[in-house]
Design a protein around this ligand. Structure first.
Ligand code: NAD
Length: 493
């Protein structure tokens, strides 16, 4: 391990640039910093409260002009071109994402590819937001239309800032809405650069896409409380989501919430244990554990507990931490100093209340000390009520729990306020079915983990969210149905 990382030079971006008029920003300047080196990645201008109001007004006017909302063919073409533009700019965007967020370059490339795929899926659906005709007897005709809502506010987190934006932005636009985006304040530069590719499309009408920048407490709140925003699509922490819901409830506006998790990853003794071991590492430590669906609670069946844990410990100790721009690095830093402090606090609590098997041994090099690194940790022997077991840590900390038989596995898995995802490893199809039906989670992976498809809905039970994104339901969330009923005996027919 070297004492400093050797990496390509970087000139901080100055954003938004003059031509990026889709960003409405007249407030204070702020910087984003690279969690690996501490260097400035971008200097940006925040939005004022007046800017947010103006952005919503602009989006409202664009919706009122009707062209976009009534022309699925244009929406389809614009979104297909956008998917291509994301792919063509993959390397540049992936490097920026890694510098601003800290995930490995391979993960960033996957995220940009996945984003293009998401946009392409909804481009196809832009021409298919069909309604239906309803038979209501001889004297009347009824038609159900599926219509866009108006202005949609999209608020995103920093952990997968591009794909999580696209899975709300793309269906919202495909359905004919106009959108105001508020990206996470730790990752706005990559968001602005991705949105600029869409804003540059000559067929995207003025005002259909607008972006505001700044803190959640000020800029995010102003968007949520603006009564002309017909729907808020929010992805972030459960606590923030609950506040967003309360604010929108004041004037009964629509909200979709994609929130936190503490997902159980259950390994039965009859599983392919080599595969399950790979799955457990991927589930818990991808993006340094900063994934909402992270398999952060590993449930091991009694008879394999000791052996599996010994192998897992060895694998986790061997994970290569380093510069996320270096292709040999397996884990980068966490996103910020405050995230590092928060995660380290949980590691200390785990050590005090249970047994810390790995997590003490961050190589003491200058390079790692300079960055926001946290050693990947495994904690066992914790009481089920421990905060380390119950709370979302959002870092590389894996809690291991022991169970005996299917019933106890289900009981432990269900002992959570969350219900976002789960993994089941077994060679018994009937068991996979029974446990899969019994566990309350929006996504359940069987003999795999962390596979996402734009076609398949995601979302949470309990405090993990409200509504669904992706898939067909994902576009329907951004529409209202309207019933038109005609008297067929009138002169109209
Ligand atoms: P966060 O809740 O702190 O912030 C999310 C977004 O909300 C940011 O843009 C932030 O600026 C904004 N915000 C903050 N306060 C606000 C307010 N009062 N009003 C309006 N907006 C406000 O979450 P985070 O730390 O950015 O992201 C991590 C969290 O996101 C984790 O809990 C993770 O599980 C969750 N997450 C969920 C999913 C999912 O699909 N379920 C995906 C990714 C992340």
């Amino acid at each position: 391990m070297t004492d400093t990382f050797v990496r390509p030079d970087w000139t901080p971006l100055d954003l938004p640039r003059a031509e990026q008029s889709f960003c409405v920003t007249n407030g204070d300047r702020f910087d984003t910093t690279d969690p690996t080196t501490g260097e400035v990645v971008a200097s940006l201008t925040a939005s004022t409260l007046e800017d947010v109001a103006g952005a919503v007004e602009r989006a409202r006017a664009a919706f009122g002009r009707r062209g976009w909302r009534n022309d699925g063919q244009v929406r389809c073409r614009v979104l297909f071109r956008y998917a291509e533009a994301l792919r063509a700019n993959r390397e540049r965007l992936a490097e920026l994402l890694t510098r601003e967020q800290g995930k490995t370059l391979a993960e960033s490339r996957n995220e940009i590819e996945g984003s293009a795929d998401m946009v392409e899926f909804y481009a196809g659906l832009a021409r298919s937001t069909y309604g239906r005709a309803i038979p209501v007897g001889d004297d009347a005709h009824s038609v159900i239309l599926r219509e866009p809502l108006g202005v949609v506010g999209v608020i995103t987190p920093w952990n997968w800032p591009v794909v999580l934006l696209m899975r709300a932005l793309a269906p919202a636009l495909a359905a004919g809405n106009t959108v105001v985006v508020k990206p996470a304040s730790l990752t706005p530069a990559v968001t602005v650069e991705c949105l600029a590719l869409l804003a540059a499309d000559p067929d995207l009408p003025e005002g259909v896409l607008t972006c505001v920048l700044g803190s959640g407490a000020v800029v995010g709140d102003a968007l949520v409380t603006n009564r002309h925003v017909e729907m808020i699509a929010f992805t972030g922490e459960s606590g923030t989501g609950i506040n967003v819901l309360k604010q929108a409830a004041n004037d009964l506006r629509k909200v979709s919430l994609e929130l936190g998790g503490k997902s159980p990853n259950i390994v039965f003794a009859d599983a392919d244990l080599d595969k399950a071991l790979d799955g457990a590492v991927n589930a818990a430590f991808t993006t340094s554990g900063q994934i909402c669906t992270a398999g952060s609670r590993l449930l091991l069946e009694d008879s394999i507990y000791e052996d599996f844990l010994a192998r897992l410990t060895e694998r986790v100790r061997a994970l290569r931490l380093g510069d996320p721009l270096d292709p040999t690095t397996q884990m980068g830093p966490v996103v910020s100093r405050s995230q590092q402090t928060s995660v380290n606090g949980y590691v200390e609590l785990g050590r005090a209340e249970g047994k810390l098997l790995v997590g003490d041994d961050l190589d003491d090099t200058e390079a790692l000390r300079q960055g926001c690194y946290v050693a990947p940790a495994i904690v066992t022997d914790l009481p089920r009520s421990s905060r380390v077991v119950q709370e979302e840590i959002f870092g590389p900390v894996l809690v291991v729990q022991r169970f005996s038989g299917e019933a106890e596995a289900i009981e432990i898995a269900e002992d959570s306020q969350f219900g976002l995802a789960a993994g089941i490893w077994t060679s018994d199809l009937n068991r996979a079915w029974r446990v899969g039906r019994a566990v309350s989670s929006g996504t359940i992976w069987i003999n795999t983990y962390h596979h996402f498809y734009p076609e398949a809905e995601v979302g949470g039970f309990r405090q993990s969210g409200l509504g669904r994104q992706q898939g067909l339901e994902g576009i329907h969330e951004f529409t209202e149905t309207k019933h038109l009923n005609f008297d067929s005996k009138s002169t109209l027919f």
